[in-house]
Design a protein around this ligand. Sequence first.
Ligand code: HEM
Length: 400
Amino acid sequence: MPPVPLTGSVFQTEPAELYRRMRREHGAVTPVLLDGDVPAWLVLGYRELHQVTGDPVLFSRDSGRWNQWDRIPDDWPLLPMIGRRQPSILYTVGERHRERAAMISNALESADPAELRGHAERFADQLIDALCSKGRADLVAEYAMLLPVRVLARLFGFPDEQGPGLVAALNDMIDGRGRALAGQTHLATSMARLVARRRAAPADDVVSRMLADRGGFTDEEIVQDLMVMMAAGHQPTADWIGNSLRLMLTDDRFAASLFGGRNSVADAMNEVLWEDTPTQNVAGRWASRDTQLGGRRIRAGDLLLLGLQGANSDPQVRTDGSELTGGNGAHFSFGHGEHRCPFPAQEVAEVIARTAVEVVLDRLPDIDLAVPHRSLTRRPSPWLRGLTGLPVHFTPVPVL
Ligand code: HEM
């Protein structure tokens, strides 16, 4: 069986069938081809993914180990994700990684949850104010993609007036087209200025707490990690909001909560993490020596991609085809092991996403999809799964 190209229109609709076919034809560890026919392994088995993420020595986060570097051109489109020459937390390993993850966790953990929720509510209300009298909106472009970055910027310590500029810069950077580099430069310069200001005059915010850490990280390292936190935090949280609203607007099981009850918001959000998770696949881990995994022979330096969505739907853990409306949080959507999404970051994402969904339901009570639900499409990416748009209509309501 030839390796499977990890591209194509299937990612705009339903990749679940693709993961099923890969598992049927290739097993839990599937050979895939990335852009330019670069080979990698996609780890789709729940047990195998546990093994990979649970052993950071054998399956390292250090991309320098890759045995394909000599064939990767400087303009390879996936280069930013693989991380050559990026000295951020993502590619740090061992004891220094543990210290770095602790610095980030402690800084985020000290954020007051009530205050965080207050910021999320205030920015969500401002965004709804801007669209509520129109009777129609695209809840991805005009809402979900504008919210998490505003809340994170506030949490980090940016003054509110810099918020809109940061939203535009980050979304340009994510978009990956003409303005991507300018967006990245604006973001990095703004971060560096904030770090310098807080170095001179600490305040009660995430940046000041990272600077106060005793691990001896340089200002440049802290700027790198703030960039990761902003980029790793904004888009998946925006997609979690969009995918949850889509589920609630298209699935009868959640209709009741649109008309008053809110109990099932948490259920819908949890079901999204299992079935339609924002981070589908992650690059990756690199084998530090020859080994076996899922019956495959893995060579030292091979790249293993974490198939989070594939593992979430592994029939070995989903034998009863169960409805995942409940508290079952054993999905892989935030990763696992030492390099997983830090727990306080998961909580920040949860508060922002949940507040975002609740504010929509409170403010636009008769909201409905403005297009047939089958016409909704996803971005054509095998990595982050989110809607290209979510057009809705509702009875116009006055600004608060
Ligand atoms: C729905 C929202 C989110 C999802 C689905 C998500 C998912 C993930 C996943 C799957 C990883 C693991 C990558 C790997 O194992 O290689 C990760 C790592 C990370 N995430 Fe998140 N994340 C979310 C929100 C956030 C937020 C809000 C922040 C920060 C404010 C954040 C900060 C980080 C950081 C710093 C790492 C790197 C951890 C390390 O390498 O030790 N994430 N995230």
